[in-house]
Design a protein around this ligand. Structure first.
Ligand code: BGC
Length: 645
């Protein structure tokens, strides 16, 4: 008999039911009689939000490193870096007594309007899955658990507790499930968190097909499924569907409901037992996690700076960047003094320290004189005198650095964005400054795409700095002055305008339903199919150097869907400075029987090259083997697939 079986054999029905419901906001139920300790969970995912017992508010959480949010993480295209960040997160979790980090979130960015997109990785399932797996592996390598969330089709905040996402089977299998599948099968998270919403009419928390048939049976998920906070409606139905642990607690009525259901013969005790078994096994793992001690605040801050710099995306550059020794720099925008480095809601971290962008610039600016003008207010109020002050500063400088943060009232967990625009007074500010200073760099802090068509033409350069974490101010300075050569690439399309976006006509839904009518055509799959222009496409990002690709080759020109294929290319740094390039491999099915996207990402790697250096990719030690499950062709047929670099 296994340990778990032995424990189960000694448990009363009451104890089993209690174990399936949380004891508090952040803890599971302990059963001292059976030596079952509590498990302590905390948000996540880009820092530890450990709220001491008795405190409810986010700002009361214990200090922890606030890393960049997932939009920025995905734009690094570097799962190894996320592994390293995951290890740092785990070290902080251990120091703060946390057993399981509630994240990462791997939901697909169906519409750029989703208020929580800053917490999600990408519009592409392959990229999202790889990045999530890297982070989970890093966290769990140190004995701390994760909660992969929110399973599934939680792609908006509007009516998030009740809306039914109406998703067809192919969109589910090719877009919304694969990132979860990859993370589950590759990285084996300890737990998976169900979504609030309904999926095709059934609450995710009560969705047997999703929680049991697909997640547990098809993918072999061995951990426990926990609810999002308050996502359970009918506890017995949820348990039967595969929802093992309801959070938060205490909720004695739920415990009683389970007990009564077993006694009344409505719930087979064997079903309860299988949930209890999963919970006991996670408790057992958590019990082995080391607890206490300190974490290295300074080195984690340095890592946060490095991650931020790797994820920032240089969208536009007319050659002004990196800065070439300007003598007078106008630093405009309140975000230069009050950095906007994270989003609102459950992922809000109390940072250990915060880099102020202005101060970090000053450190690298040598003898240059820096002038500051706030430029805009935090609220929605237009103030001409702030704009006038900013243009005066810009006019008398060699270069203007314009720090613009999308206001928190426009983007947060809990609500979707109404539009993709900066605030009107911010647009007016950019227009006014660029009208008097052609050497203007716009530095953006936002968690998801914004429109730029009203102002981008006047700028010399635009740097997407995302919700950049507590060390982002330094990372911006590193890029502006060329200490870091930017290598981030967009993990999501930046549209020209809202009406161009794939889900525009079907977001956020009505009468309790949101139809995913665009089906497979999410993100670049949509723009490709329509031949529609974008402001910046998926995968875009500039560098201070240039790269040449040569000798692209595949291990086979013709292959079956059961085979894999290795693709390789030689990449050369043809510029004057060291840099990193992200090689992206897309597949295209020439003879599809079914409607298919024009291209689909199936492999990528980030390579670092000195000037003049050439590296074959993948390097001999790695392999860009397309997974045999890649649905390139219909079963049994034999066709060529082209690989696009
Ligand atoms: C969020 C989750 C979060 C949980 C606990 C919920 O409202 O949707 O992402 O982990 O709260 O804070």
């Amino acid at each position: 008999m296994s340990d778990t079986q032995a424990i189960l054999a000694h448990m009363s029905l009451e104890e089993k039911a209690a174990l399936c419901t949380g004891a508090s906001n952040w803890t599971t139920t302990s059963l001292p009689r059976l030596n079952i300790p509590q498990v302590l969970v905390a948000d996540g995912p880009h820092g530890i939000r450990r709220i001491p017992d008795g405190h409810a508010a986010a700002h009361q959480s214990l200090p922890a490193t606030c890393f960049p949010t997932a939009s920025c993480l995905a734009a690094t295209w570097d799962p190894d870096l996320l592994y390293e960040m995951g290890q740092a997160l785990a070290e902080e979790a251990i120091a703060l007594g946390v057993d399981v980090i509630l994240g990462p979130g791997v939901n697909i960015k169906r519409s750029p309007l989703c208020g929580r997109n800053f917490e999600y990785f990408s519009e592409d399932p392959y990229l999202a899955g790889e990045m999530a797996a890297g982070l989970i592996d890093g966290i769990q390598s140190k004995g701390v658990g994760t909660a992969l969330k929110h399973f599934v089709a939680n792609n908006q905040e509007f009516e998030r507790f009740s809306i039914s996402a109406e998703v067809d089977e192919r969109a589910m299998r090719e877009i919304y499930l694969p990132a979860f599948e990859k993370a589950v099968t590759k990285a084996k998270p300890w737990t998976v968190m169900c979504a609030y919403n309904k999926v095709n009419g059934t609450y995710a928390s009560e969705h047997r097909r999703l929680l049991t048939d697909i997640l547990k049976n098809e993918w072999g998920f061995a951990g426990l499924v926990l609810s999002d906070w308050g996502a359970v409606h009918d506890r017995v139905a949820a348990l039967k569907a595969g929802l093992d642990l309801e959070m938060p607690g205490p909720k004695q009525t739920r415990v009683n409901a389970l007990i009564a259901a077993v006694r009344d013969g409505i719930l087979d005790e064997a079903v309860l037992d299988s949930s209890v078994r999963r919970i006991v096994e996670v408790v057992g793992r958590a019990a082995q996690t080391p607890k206490g001690g300190d974490f290295d605040v300074a080195s984690h801050h340095a890592l946060a700076r490095m991650v931020a710099a790797e994820g920032m995306v240089l969208l536009k550059n007319n050659g002004l960047l990196p800065l070439k020794n300007p003598q007078r720099i106008a630093v405009i925008g309140r975000a230069a003094q009050e950095p906007h480095f994270q989003g609102g809601g459950s992922s809000h971290i109390n940072p250990t320290q915060v880099d102020v962008p202005f101060a970090e610039l000053q450190k690298l600016a040598g003898k240059a004189t820096l002038y500051f003008a706030a430029g805009y207010r935090e609220d929605d109020c237009f103030q001409q005198d702030l704009i006038d002050e900013a243009t005066a500063a810009a006019r008398s400088a060699d270069v203007a650095l314009l720090y613009v943060a999308l206001p928190a009232f426009k983007e947060s967990e809990g609500y979707d964005r109404a539009d993709l625009d900066l605030a009107a007074h911010q647009v007016a500010l950019i227009q006014a400054v660029t009208a008097v200073q052609s050497s203007t760099v716009v530095i953006l802090n936002n968690g998801a795409p914004i429109t730029m068509h009203d102002w981008i033409d006047g700028t010399a350069a635009v740097l997407e700095a995302w919700m950049m974490g507590q060390a982002g101010g330094g990372a911006i300075a590193d890029i502006l002055f060329g200490k870091t050569n930017p290598s981030g690439k967009l993990a999501e399309t930046f549209p020209i305008k809202l009406a161009d976006t794939p889900a525009y006509l079907h977001f956020p839904g009505e009468n309790g339903e949101v139809r995913y009518s665009e089906s497979l055509f999410v993100g670049y799959r949509y723009y490709d199919a329509k031949g529609a222009p974008t402001q910046f496409p998926f995968g875009h990002g500039l560098s201070y150097t240039t790269f040449a690709y040569a000798n692209a080759r595949a291990s086979a020109a013709v292959f079956r869907d059961v085979d894999g294929v290795t693709v390789s290319v030689d990449v050369t740094n043809t510029g004057a400075v060291a840099g990193k390039e992200v090689v992206q491999v897309y597949v295209h099915d020439h003879e599809a029987r079914l409607l298919r996207p024009f291209k689909e990402l199936k492999g990528f790697a980030k390579v670092e090259l000195q000037p003049g250096q050439t590296k074959p990719w993948p390097s001999p030690s790695t392999s860009a083997l397309l997974p045999s499950t890649t649905p390139l062709i219909s079963a049994g047929s034999q066709k060529a697939a082209s690989l696009t670099f």
